[in-house]
Design a protein around this ligand. Structure first.
Ligand code: SAM
Length: 225
C-alpha cells in the first residue's frame, strides 16, 4: 500500500482534482499508480496561496525565481514513462516546487531530488514536511547526478537538456530508466527514455514534444546563456 499524503481536504479543490484526473485519463494517461498519486497529492499546496484556484488546470505555473511547476499532463507522462515499482530508488533533477517528487513518493518510490536554486528547495521542503512525504532534497548541479546515492532504478530530469548526459546513464542500475527532455534551449524538446540494458549498452525511445525551462549546469546549458 502506498503512503498517501496527510492533509485536511477542501471539497471544492478535491472536486477540481478529480476532474483533472479524468482529463489526464482522456489525454491518454493510463497508469493506475500515476492517476492514483495525482488524485491524492494536493497540487494547490505547491502553489502560492492566492493562486490555488489555478492548481487543477492542466497548465504549468510560475513558482518564482524564473521557474515553473510543470503541467500535470507532463508530470503524469514522465511518471508513467519511468515505470517505477514501489521501493525503487529514484533521482529527480529539478525539484522546483516539489510536486513531481511528491507524486513519485506517493507511488511508493524512494525519492532523492536535486535542485540548483536553494530558495526553491527550502519552500519545497516546507510543503513536503506538512504533507509528511518522506524524501530527501539536495542543492546542487543535477547534471552531475548524485554520486553519493547511486545507483538508481530511475532518473527523471524535469528541465530541458541540450543532450543526454552520459554521467546520468552511468548512475543507473542495469535495466534502470532515464527520462529526459532533450532539444533546443528556448523551443521544443522531445521526451527521451533511455534504458541501461547492460554495462555498455542502452536502448533509446523517443516520445512527443514538450516545453521545459532549460537544464543549466556542467552537462546542461551554460549558466549565463
Ligand atoms: N519538478 C518541478 C516541480 O514538480 O515543480 C518542476 C521543475 S522546473 C520545470 C525545472 C527546475 O529545474 C527548476 O526549478 C530549475 O531551477 C531546475 N534546474 C535547472 N537546471 C538544474 C540543474 N543542473 N540541477 C538541478 N536543478 C536544475
Amino acid at each position: 500500500m502506498f503512503k498517501r499524503p496527510n492533509f485536511s481536504e477542501n471539497p471544492k479543490l478535491a472536486g477540481l482534482r478529480n476532474k483533472l484526473v479524468k482529463e489526464l485519463k482522456a489525454k491518454g494517461i493510463s497508469s493506475p499508480a500515476v492517476l492514483d498519486a495525482i488524485a491524492h497529492v494536493p497540487r494547490h499546496l505547491f502553489f502560492p496561496s492566492d493562486f490555488e484556484n489555478f492548481a487543477y488546470r492542466d497548465a504549468a505555473f510560475p513558482i518564482g525565481n524564473g521557474q515553473t511547476i510543470s503541467q500535470p499532463y507532463t508530470v503524469a507522462f514522465q511518471s508513467q514513462l519511468l515505470q517505477i515499482f514501489p521501493g525503487e530508488k529514484v533521482l529527480e533533477i529539478g525539484t522546483g516546487s516539489g510536486y513531481q517528487a511528491a507524486v513519485l513518493s506517493t507511488m511508493g518510490a524512494e525519492v532523492h531530488s536535486i535542485e540548483l536554486i536553494k530558495a526553491l528547495v527550502i519552500s519545497a521542503n516546507r510543503v513536503l514536511k506538512i504533507l509528511d512525504i518522506p524524501m530527501k532534497t539536495y542543492v546542487g548541479d543535477g547534471t552531475l547526478g548524485l554520486p553519493s546515492q547511486k545507483p538508481f532504478d530511475a532518473i527523471i530530469v524535469t528541465a530541458g537538456a541540450p543532450s543526454v548526459p552520459e554521467t546520468l546513464i552511468k548512475q543507473l542500475k542495469i535495466n534502470g530508466r532515464l527520462v529526459i527532455p532533450v532539444g533546443d534551449e528556448q523551443n521544443i524538446q522531445k521526451m527521451y527514455r533511455i534504458t541501461r540494458t547492460s554495462l555498455t549498452e542502452t536502448k533509446t525511445e523517443v516520445f512527443g514534444d514538450f516545453k521545459f525551462v532549460p537544464l543549466l549546469g556542467e552537462n546542461g546549458w551554460t549558466m549565463n546563456s
